[in-house]
Write a protein that binds this ligand. Structure first.
Ligand code: FES
Length: 90
């Protein structure tokens, strides 16, 4: 398991995240609030913009189109880091 850092745009503290947990799980462990609802990648409540870094998903995800992925959107409730990342709420 590899560890990465998550930075929320506009906040100074980084969050430690492992490669097997979602960005949202890491944020929750760090006590950081982030809007979520379904937590399974379908409702898009958690939609974020990936400003730096890369994430992966366990499966091709219907809640996010290929175009949105290419434009840098991600779903933190199911996205797992593969690099350090910087995100902002979309
Ligand atoms: S909380 Fe529903 S898609 Fe992330």
């Amino acid at each position: 398991m590899t560890s990465f850092r998550i930075r929320i745009d506009g906040q100074t503290a980084d969050i430690e995240a492992d490669s097997e947990s979602s960005l949202f799980s890491a944020m929750t462990r760090a006590g950081m609030a982030w809007p979520v609802s379904c937590r399974n990648g379908t409702c898009r409540t958690c939609l974020a913009r990936l400003l730096q870094g890369q994430v992966r998903y366990e499966m091709a995800w219907p809640g996010l189109s290929a175009e949105e992925k290419a434009e840098g959107y991600c779903l933190p409730c199911v996205a797992r880091p593969v690099t350090d990342v910087v995100i902002t709420k979309a």
